[in-house]
Ligand binder design. Structure first.
Ligand code: NAD
Length: 494
């Protein structure tokens, strides 16, 4: 990849962004914009439309009209597949532009953003595009004289609320299966990461998606997100973000039309290292990368490191060595391994977690503070805190930042008890060369995803979803199609 090309794109002026409703770019109904500050330097990057309830209502109405006249669902599966494949191709062609725009907006290091953002979005859209003409209905095993047909129908209007950490990747996890099933979509990007996602929506139209099928409204969650969730005309609401917002969305659904709500929430994922791990050096490296990439702003981040007591001190020293060697810096520099924290507010929260952890008996093994203040951006050193008691705040609450909590364990039962002592259940990891132990741990650790002798990186072929307060429903894999599908039974007497 070419650093000069990245730098050139990184210096471009970013035009003011408007909503995209019914295939048109439109300003907010009251003409208001909101400033977008770059986490790279704290400076104004551009503005986006500050959406109103009226804007959201207009977007939902456009989506409803597009669904009712079947301009998308009524096309042949092959035609819809071709449009989505063309979209994926355009994303590949514009990958660098999309990645740089997103990084300037949200602060992810470009080396990661290139793979995780346009690369993953294009792969996801291709995957669901290819599924369109291979997804069959069913015939039920009825008694003679009857035919039970199970049709798989689109639900209608899907509302998708996206967070700021990986807008394209997480956006595509929702848009692609929703569109593949023939639904219309209204998208609400996060306040601090709208730009690349809005460009993705433009590219969908360039690929031939009919107007009104995919609409996007920018603005504040409590205004436009709430209007979407309270709408009587949104049939399914899909969300990735914090537990607090997730709870509100369930309430809004109950207060309005009982829309289906699927939540992908936070985590406090345990990464469990046994003394018999096949390669402790590799385990230490992956443990560090599994929490510190994207400055820890990864829902599945291995934020609790549980280490068998016999190897605790040496192993933590090795993780600290890896962390200290990781380059924190300008997210647009290809050699950077840890980019910016997304916002000043998020940075303050991260630092407060460190203070609380020390007050509660934790020891800072490395890091602990803000770095690169001279840039005006929001950067934090990768931070490792040892002696974290199982009930300490840092062991229980999600930071969503580059802060690793370390706790020793004595044996397998102890490891399982600690791992499951959480309201969350999103992801986890187990490092052991003992095959039986690995399978026992897969069964015993309560999470939606568990890694063995690796951490991170499952592709679109496998589901991602949490248990407990990490949410419900699944993104990725063919299972995700179920969220965007209604089963309709036809019972026929022959
Ligand atoms: P957040 O809940 O504040 O915001 C997420 C989205 O919800 C944004 O688009 C925001 O505008 C919108 N929103 C906020 N208030 C709203 C309201 N009242 N009504 C409707 N919409 C509203 O979350 P965040 O802090 O920006 O994101 C980080 C969180 O997301 C972390 O907790 C993280 O673990 C979680 N996350 C989970 C996954 C996953 O797959 N499970 C992936 C990434 C992030």
């Amino acid at each position: 990849m070419d650093q000069a090309a990245i730098d050139a794109l990184g210096n471009l002026t970013v035009p003011a962004q408007r909503h995209i409703i019914n295939g048109q770019t439109v300003a907010a109904s009251d003409g208001q914009d909101m400033e977008v500050l770059s986490p790279l330097n704290g400076q104004r990057l551009t503005t986006v439309a500050k959406g109103t309830k009226a804007d959201m209502d207009a977007a939902v109405a456009a989506a409803r009209a597009a669904f009712e006249d079947r301009r998308w669902a009524g096309q042949t599966p092959a035609a819809r597949k071709n449009i989505l494949l063309k979209w994926a191709e355009l994303i590949d062609t514009h990958a660098l532009e999309l990645a740089v725009l997103g990084v300037r907006d949200n602060g992810t290091e470009i080396s990661m953003a290139l793979k995780a953002e346009p690369g993953s979005a294009a792969a996801t859209i291709r995957y669901y595009a290819e599924a369109i003409d291979k997804h069959y209905g069913e015939i039920a095993p009825t008694q003679d004289g009857f035919l039970g047909l199970i049709h798989k129908e689109p639900v209608g209007v899907v509302g998708a609320i996206i967070p700021w950490n990986f807008p394209l990747m997480i956006g595509a996890w929702k848009l692609a299966p929703a569109l593949a099933m023939g639904n219309s979509v209204v998208l609400k990007p996060a306040e601090t990461a709208s730009l690349s996602l809005m460009r993705l929506v433009e590219l969908a139209h360039e690929a031939g998606l009919p107007p009104g099928v995919l609409n996007a409204v920018t603005g504040e969650g409590p205004v436009v997100g709430e209007a979407m969730a309270l709408s009587m005309d949104v049939d399914v609401l899909v969300f990735t973000g914090s537990g607090g917002t997730g709870r509100r969305l369930l309430t809004y659904a109950a207060q309005s039309n009982l829309k289906r709500v699927y939540l992908e929430l936070g985590g406090k994922s345990p990464n469990i290292v046994f003394a018999d791990a096949p390669d402790l050096q590799e385990a230490a490296k992956v443990a560090a990368f599994g929490i510190f990439r994207n400055a820890g702003q990864v829902c599945v981040a291995g934020s609790r490191l549980l280490v068998e007591a016999a190897i605790h001190d040496d192993f933590v020293a090795e993780v600290a060595r890896v962390a200290e060697a990781m380059k924190v810096g300008n997210p647009l520099d290809l050699s950077t391994e840890i980019g910016a924290v997304n916002s000043e507010n998020q940075l303050r929260q991260n630092l407060q977690f460190v203070t609380t952890a020390v007050e509660e008996g934790g020891t800072i093994a490395t890091g602990g503070g803000q770095v690169l203040q001279e840039t005006g951006g929001y950067f934090m050193a990768p931070t490792i805190i040892t002696d974290v008691a199982p009930k300490a705040t840092l062991a229980q609450q999600e930071v969503f930042g580059p802060v690793l909590a370390v706790t020793p364990f004595n044996d397998e039962a102890d490891a399982i008890r600690l791992a499951n002592d959480s309201i969350y259940g999103l992801a986890g990891g187990v490092w052991t060369a003992n095959l039986s132990r690995a399978h026992r741990m897969i069964g015993a650790v309560r999470t939606g995803v568990i890694h063995v002798n690796t951490y991170g990186g499952p592709d679109v072929t496998v589901p991602l979803g949490g248990v407990g307060q990490s949410g419900n429903g699944h993104d990725k894999s063919l299972h995700a199609l179920e969220k965007y599908t209604n089963l309709k039974t036809a019972w026929i007497k022959l």
